[in-house]
Structures are given as C-alpha cells and as structure tokens.
Design a protein around this ligand. Structure first.
Ligand SMILES: [Zn+2]
Length: 427
C-alpha cells in the first residue's frame, strides 16, 4: 500500500477554485492528490505522515512547455548579432562539436535548475537524443522528450528520416517506461525541413496518432521574409549550401505547414511571433496550442507576440523558457514576469495559468496536472507566503509571480524533491 502524506500550508492556490484555501491541507496517496481542504476539516488517520510547511503558499508545479536541456551549458556563449539565421548556424556548429558526455552534463544541470525553480513538467526538444535516457533513469521531473529531426543540408530526406527513426528506436526501446515520461517528435522548422521530410514524418504520424508533436513556427523576421518574398538570409544560406528544395508554395510558415497536411498532426507550435489573422484562424481551427517564450523573445527582439488576439480566437497559449543559449534562466517565474511586463493588461492569475492549468490543457494533460485537486497527479510546489493579502486569488497570484530564486518545496508524482529546511515532519 502507498504511504499517505498530508501537506499543510498557510494558503493553497489550487488553480480551479475561485479563492485560495487558507490554512489548508493536501492529502497525497501514492502519486495522486486524494483530498484538498481547510486544516480544521482534516481528520487524522493512522499511517498518515504529516509535513507542516508553515508559512508557505502551495500551488501546482510549473510547466515549461519548451526547453532545450542540451544547451544549458551554452548560457551567454552564443551571442545574437541581429541575424537569427546566423545565430542558428553558430548553434549548429556548437552542436556538432559537443560530445555525448558534454550533452549529458548540460542536461543534468538543466534538470537541477528546472526543479530548483519550481518546474515539475518539462517539454524538452532533444537534439542529442540523450535526455530521454537520463529522465528515464532519474524520473526527477515529469517530461515529454521530443526527438528533434531535420534534413537541412542533408543529401536525402529519406536517409535522414531513416537515421532519425533508428536513433529514436535505440533510445526508447528498452523498458522500463516510467509513467512520468513520454516521447514525441519535433520537426525543427518549416525552413530546415524539406517538403519530402514533412511527408515522410506525416506518414508515421498517420499510423501512430498519439505521438505528440512540436515545431518551431513563425519565430523570426528572417523566416517570415523567406516565405513572404522568397529572399533574405535563409534563402542565401540555402544557395550557399546548394539546397535545391522547391520554393515555398505558401506566403507564411503556418500556411506552408498547413499545405503539408501537418497542422492536424501538430500539438505545440513554438513561438508564432510572425502570424497574420488567417494564420491564427488556422491554428484555432486545428486546435494547435502555441508556446510563447518571453525570455528568448526579448533576447532576439522578435516582433510583438499577439497574445490578446490569440486569446480572442481561443488559441491555447502556454509558456516556455527555450534554451539557455537564448535566455538567462530556466525559471518559469521569470518567464511569467517578462510576459506580464509585455502584456500588462493580463491579470496575475491568468499569467499564472499559462504555466499551470492552461499549460496542462495545451499539453493534452489538463485532467492530470496543472491543478491542486483531488484525482490529479501530485505535482505541487511551495513558495514563502506573504504576511497578508493571501486571501484573494489575484493578490496571491501577484505575490507568487514575484517569487525569485529557488522554491521552498517541490513534489513530483507524489515524491518530495525539495524541502525547506524549516518545515516539520511528523511520523
Ligand atoms: Zn526552441
């Protein structure tokens, strides 16, 4: 039988009740939340351990919907000099020179930093394919590992896809397959993947519809220029490398992907900074969720992210950090603060939802994570509580968003990962 644990805290932001639970408790059994309520209603049962977290606000663990753990060690090492395409080339060069051991070290550092800053679920775009094995052995975080593939600069789309499939099979074949880990497919971008490669990957997805998918889409001005005018740095680089793909048959990256039949297969479109009204209608119609990465967005000075219009069109939006090659931190608190700075009309509680309950829905996990609620998986974090003003959801969300540094408590899948030294444990 699983051990049951009661967490008590000054306040709980459940992300489904209209008000915080004050002086509350969460009963956890195995990897699930069994009960949430006020401490005065708690009936102690034998064989239940109690962890009193004191002056803490508990909330759902944060969801980082886009990250590249491979590149954690590249923080501050790949400067952006105003040309996104050149930055990508520099990254590709770095990737080629990095050994598997270096990638593993970088991934471990990224996992530690993510946990410390309150992330409990992470979508990792894996270029090295090494994170799957690490997250399988450690199960420290809940994760979706998207194996990245592209055929830019390769002789044959078919050979590139065959090689990617072999590597995916190699990394995912051996059991055990922990329930905290899932793998998916990441195509790099509509300008680094040929139409033929889209077709080949699409055929696999037609047969295996439950494989999650993601794609960098509409990220930069250079990408937009390539599709809108068939010119610019992307086009020049293709000429340099002797790439003879057909000219794009659509004027925007999203319409191009729609023509490849890929929008119904796509779960997470990452960035979407250069979208027009028709693009947003396509995303909404095909229920593609959008991942916005505020820190990386500021780093590259991309065009303004059109959150308010996406919300009106009922596009599900969530947040991600992207990699440390284009960001300063893997803290989702910082991402939420940056988001609010650029979208001051959005409330604190709505901003928090973009890394909790709404992010869970965007990932197709809305019935399992993103809320502190009976029946949900026990992914819970804690931050120090304010002295007052914790009875109102908006004020408390605002306080939570201001949190800097490590969290004081973290639980993933019912297992305590971090705990403030001052908290008291009974039994
Ligand atoms: Zn990315």
């Amino acid at each position: 039988m699983h051990t049951r644990l009661v967490l008590t805290a000054k306040a709980i932001l459940t992300q489904h009740r209209s008000k915080p639970v004050i002086d509350g408790f969460v009963l956890v059994g195995g990897n699930r939340i069994l009960q949430v309520g006020e401490r005065r209603d708690l009936q102690f049962l034998p064989s239940v351990r109690l962890l009193d977290l004191g002056d803490t606000v508990l909330l759902p663990g944060l969801i980082n919907a886009h990250c590249h753990l491979d590149f954690t060690s590249l923080k501050g090492r790949v400067p952006h000099r105003g040309n996104f395409r050149e930055w990508l080339t520099a990254m590709a060069g770095r990737t080629r020179r990095t050994t598997a051991a270096e990638f593993k070290k970088s991934i471990q550092a990224g996992v530690r930093e993510s946990l410390a800053y309150g992330t409990t679920t992470l979508c990792d775009i894996s270029t090295s394919y090494e994170s799957y094995g690490i997250l399988k052995r450690q199960t420290l975080l809940r994760a979706k590992v998207f194996f990245e593939c592209l055929d830019f600069g390769k002789q044959s789309a078919f050979a590139a896809w065959k090689r990617a499939l072999e590597r995916i099979r190699h990394h995912t074949a051996l059991p055990p397959h922990p329930s905290t880990l899932q793998w998916g497919l990441a195509l790099h971008s509509p300008f680094t993947v040929s139409p033929e490669f889209f077709y080949l990957t699409g055929r696999l997805l037609d047969r295996h519809r439950r494989i999650p998918t993601t794609l960098h889409l509409g990220e930069s001005r250079e990408e937009w220029e390539y599709f809108a005018h068939r010119r610019g740095p992307v086009e020049n680089r293709m000429k340099q490398l002797g790439i003879t793909w057909p000219k794009p048959d659509a004027r925007t990256p999203i319409k191009f992907v729609a023509r490849r039949g890929w929008l119904p297969k796509l779960d997470l479109a990452v960035h979407c900074n250069t979208v027009d009204a028709k693009d947003m209608e396509l995303l909404a119609r095909h229920r593609v969720a959008v991942v916005h990465c505020p820190g990386s967005h500021d780093y590259f000075d991309h065009p303004k992210f059109r959150y308010e219009e996406m919300r009106r069109k009922r596009i599900r939006v969530c947040l991600g950090t992207d990699s440390l090659a284009s960001n300063r931190s893997l803290s989702m608190f910082r991402e939420m603060r940056l988001f609010r700075k650029n979208h001051p009309s959005v409330s604190a509680s709505e901003t928090l939802s973009l890394a909790t309950n709404r992010a869970a829905q965007a990932l197709g996990m809305g019935k399992d994570i993103g809320q502190v609620r009976p029946g949900y998986l026990a992914d819970i974090i804690g931050v120090p509580a304010p002295a007052r003003g914790f009875k109102d959801t908006e004020a408390l969300s605002d306080w939570v968003l201001r949190h800097k540094g490590e969290v004081s408590f973290s639980m993933v899948n019912g297992e305590t990962r971090l705990r403030l030294a001052g908290s008291r444990m009974n039994r």
